[in-house]
Design a protein. Structure first.
Length: 600
């Protein structure tokens, strides 16, 4: 019984001692980590050394000593430390590390010997070459690292291993020939298109490299039966703007994977997105020519019309007949594929063409009304309602607009958040235009809390503007009415209201802004003399106006527009000298350069 008692006491004492030692060890580790994190490498190194002396087999203690001693730049102190540790165990990574420390202390030959020793001792381990090369790369010894990987290939009897690592090294050295070879070796093993494309892109620095890469891709993949290889080749063709050959490759890819036109549609969509309209039209037409039997006939019809629309938008002298031709193409989609996503968007695009290209808001409204009759409560309903509501605002049908925006607010908060936010803002605008400033202000406040939305910033601007000017009741009402008239393109009435607002509160910021708005309208109408007079009035009446730099810019731009370059340069120069922090400096300098080029 006494014997059992002593054994129990001994075990309890031993357990307590062991737990106490473990606790002390844990606390010391935390303290060492804390010192190191806070940059106190001296104390951190001391503690890691103490921990290592107790448990030298622990890698975290060993590398704690390495990290902190390196941070103190005490590289020579690490040489005997690593030598002793190598007696405990010898690995490729430790020998590579030893070589690093020797290199940092200037013992270059000894460092090379240690790296070679790592390879000699562990020649059949892939990790050996990775560890040694990683150290060499950290020392920016890129050529040595390349040589290490080449030795690895020989020792392992594998001509493509380490392609990933070698491709990155050759890219760093801008060696496009070897780099291309290794990148393609890597691709053939990994099939990783994004990484491969990124590395090829990084190698293109000259006409020679561009041609070399094209030749290599063409030799390897032009006639390949592997669709992934052809995709890479087609991607590169698009990158160097060889769109026609890229299109031919996508036709072959479509055949190889039996995609029935999907790959060609994808090529057309990518080309459209990138603004390569000519080849996009050709690709869409290729599918359209196959008729309705092609699964993607509808998508191709819509894509063709959309591409044609965007391509001719580049033409500033866009003829009515061209616009009507595009509208007819969209109507075909609506007729042949009613109640489809493409037909819904076709309605919207037709409405926009009537509204913004042909200036026929009534016809635009008719298109949207037709869409709303069949759209139900789908997202397109919110889009159509907001656009139609905007047209009603242009037509001064404020109550009809309010009904549409209210419907979007009521039904589409979750289904279409962007359209919901737009409707909220437009409802606030209706109150603003109607002179109900307090109601508008409350709604703007509500909208300003919708963080990460486009309308929140607009609402904040309105709030600040109202706070600055709401005491000028008559002028404010005239100004808000003028804004609505300007939005409705009733420019003569808008100018009258802006000028009345200026006269009603001549000492206010509102008066200055009214003159700016008048000048902007004149400028948009090419009435440059009137624009100059208005801005000169602003500068005369308000010597310290916050719109001074804008006034000089508008005056200068007006002179520039009529070809009076001497006066234009004078005003641009005034802007540069009087407003050295203006946001318009770059524009002024650019215009001066253009004038001087023309005069020379």
């Amino acid at each position: 019984m006494i014997k059992i008692y002593y054994i129990t006491v001994f075990l309890l004492f031993f357990s307590f001692s062991y737990l106490s030692a473990q606790y002390n060890l844990t606390e010391k580790i935390k303290l060492a980590e804390s010192y190191e994190k806070n940059g106190d490498y001296k104390n951190a190194s001391r503690l890691w050394h103490e921990l290592y002396d107790v448990r030298p087999e622990r890698d975290d203690f060993f590398y704690g000593v390495i990290r902190t001693t390196k941070a103190l730049n005490q590289f020579k102190d690490l040489i005997p430390f690593i030598e002793n540790h190598l007696k405990i165990k010898k690995t490729p990574s430790l020998l590579a590390l030893y070589g690093e420390i020797l290199w940092l202390t200037g013992s270059f030959d000894e460092a090379s010997k240690k790296w070679n020793q790592a390879i000699e001792l562990f020649p059949n381990d892939n990790q050996t070459y990775i560890d040694v090369a990683a150290i060499q790369i950290s020392l920016r010894l890129f050529e040595r690292a390349i040589n290490t990987y080449k030795i690895g290939r020989e020792k392992l009897n594998n001509t493509t291993i380490f392609s990933d690592e070698l491709s990155q090294l050759y890219t760093i050295l801008n060696n496009y020939k070897d780099g291309t070879r290794e990148i393609l070796n890597y691709f053939e093993e990994s099939r990783n298109q994004p990484i491969t494309q990124g590395r090829i892109n990084a190698l293109i620095g000259s006409t020679e490299s561009k041609s070399y890469i094209l030749d290599e891709l063409r030799k390897r993949y032009k006639n390949s039966d592997d669709p992934e290889f052809r995709r890479l080749y087609a991607w590169y063709l698009r990158l160097i703007n060889n769109h026609q050959e890229a299109f031919e490759q996508f036709k072959q890819i479509d055949r190889l994977v039996n995609a029935k036109g999907y790959e060609i549609l994808n090529f057309a969509n990518i080309s459209l997105r990138d603004g390569d309209y000519s080849i996009a039209l050709e690709a869409y037409a290729y599918l359209i020519d196959q008729g309705k039997s092609n699964t993607f006939f509808q998508n191709a019809l819509f894509g063709y019309a959309k591409t044609l629309e965007l391509s001719i938008m580049k033409d500033e002298k866009l003829s009515k007949n061209k616009v009507l031709d595009i509208i007819d193409r969209y109507r075909r989609i609506i007729s042949e594929f009613p109640n489809s996503q493409n037909s819904d968007e076709a309605y919207i695009r037709i409405a926009n063409l009537f509204l913004y290209q042909l200036n026929e808001p009534e016809k635009a409204a008719n298109e949207l009304t037709s869409l709303l009759k069949v759209s139900g409560n789908r997202r397109i309903t919110a889009t159509a309602s907001n656009l139609l509501g905007t047209i009603y605002l242009m037509q001064n049908k404020l109550e009809d607009a309010r009904i549409l925006f209210s419907n979007v607010r009521r039904k589409f908060e979750k289904l279409s958040p962007d359209e919901y936010h737009f409707a909220l803002y437009k409802l606030a605008e209706i109150e603003y235009y109607s002179g109900n400033i307090d109601t508008a202000y409350a709604r703007y406040l509500e909208i300003s809390n919708l963080s990460n939305t486009d309308v929140a910033n607009d609402a904040i601007e309105r709030i600040l503007f109202i706070d600055q000017n709401r005491n000028f009741n008559k002028a404010f009402t005239l100004f808000s009415k003028a804004e609505l008239l300007e939005f409705q393109k009733n420019y003569n009435q808008a100018i009258e209201n802006y000028f009345s607002a200026y006269e009603s509160a001549p000492l206010s910021n509102l008066a200055e802004l009214s003159l700016v708005r008048i000048a902007q309208i004149y400028f948009s109408q090419s009435k440059f003399t009137d624009a100059i007079k208005t801005m000169e009035l602003l500068l005369e009446k308000y010597k310290d106006t916050i719109y001074g730099d804008l006034a000089f810019l508008k005056i200068a731009n007006s002179y520039f527009a009529v070809g009076n370059y001497d006066y234009a340069i004078e005003k641009y120069t005034d802007l540069l000298s009087k407003y050295p922090r203006s946001i318009y400096l770059d524009e002024a300098r650019n215009k001066i350069r253009i004038i001087r080029d023309r005069l020379n």
